[in-house]
Design a protein around this ligand. Structure first.
Ligand code: SAH
Length: 224
């Protein structure tokens, strides 16, 4: 279990973090309010807790990182979420982004490929009463189990070399996918799926970013 204390100091740091996010162009009040609510220090390793409200990515074990707050805010804002929407997240990691999406009232389905992270984060989200559905699997496939798809929104929180076709298919017509695409460095894309098959998706670009890689199915199978 994490250190569950949420002191005035933590809250104050969180407020300051959100003020900085607002200064840096996060304009969606719901996103700012959600990030002011979720105790990010519960999602980081206790050894780096004092940096939980700095705008930096931090290690979360298994050679992975929790995305920096400005990235979480930016990706979440691009999603244009409304309460009750079904959201597929690929790359559960620490569960922080998941918790922010839950706080915004989304119905969250999240996929992680590393068993150790999946196990610990699923338990943490449960303990903290964030009602996300957690899946161990390969995000390139999305969620193939019956009845989960389609999703109103998809957020990918690892660097994808290309837009996974299966995931695109699981998006509703008119739905939005926010995805960093590229190998070592990525470009943040927002893709709006067309309402009919004869149209091309609308692709908007939002600058460079750097995520841990979205690893393939082959790597997934090679792991114990
Ligand atoms: N949203 C997370 C970010 C974690 S880093 C957070 O807030 O902490 C990205 C995560 O994507 C890592 O945990 C990594 O294991 C996972 N990942 C990488 N490739 C994946 C794939 N193909 N399917 C599912 N998860 C994947």
């Amino acid at each position: 279990m994490p250190q569950l204390e949420d002191s005035f100091l933590h809250k104050g740091r969180r407020r300051a973090m959100c003020a900085r996010l607002a200064e840096r162009g996060i304009t969606d009040p719901a996103v700012l309010a959600a990030m002011e609510k979720v105790p990010r220090h519960w999602f980081v390793d206790p050894t780096v807790e004092e940096h939980a409200y700095d705008d930096q990515a931090l290690p979360i074990g298994c050679a992975q990182t929790i995305s920096q707050p400005s990235t979480v805010a930016f990706q979440t804002q691009l999603l244009e979420l409304k309460r009750g929407m079904k959201v597929l997240e690929i790359g559960t990691g620490s569960g922080y982004q998941t918790a922010v999406l839950c706080t915004l009232g989304a119905r969250v389905f999240t996929i992680e490929r590393q068993k150790a992270l999946f196990d610990s984060t699923k338990q943490l989200l449960y303990d903290l009463h964030y009602h996300a559905r957690c899946f161990l699997g390969d995000g390139y496939k999305g969620l193939t189990e019956v009845d989960y798809a389609p999703f109103d929104r998809v957020i990918i929180t690892c660097g994808a070399p290309y837009v996974p076709t299966a995931v695109m298919e699981q998006l509703v017509p008119g739905g939005i996918m926010v995805i960093p695409v590229g190998n070592n460095n990525q470009e943040m894309l927002r893709i709006v799926k067309p309402c009919n098959d004869s149209e091309e998706p609308l692709v908007e670009t939002y600058g460079n970013c750097r995520f841990v890689p979205m690893l393939s199915d082959i790597n997934f199978r090679q792991e114990p």
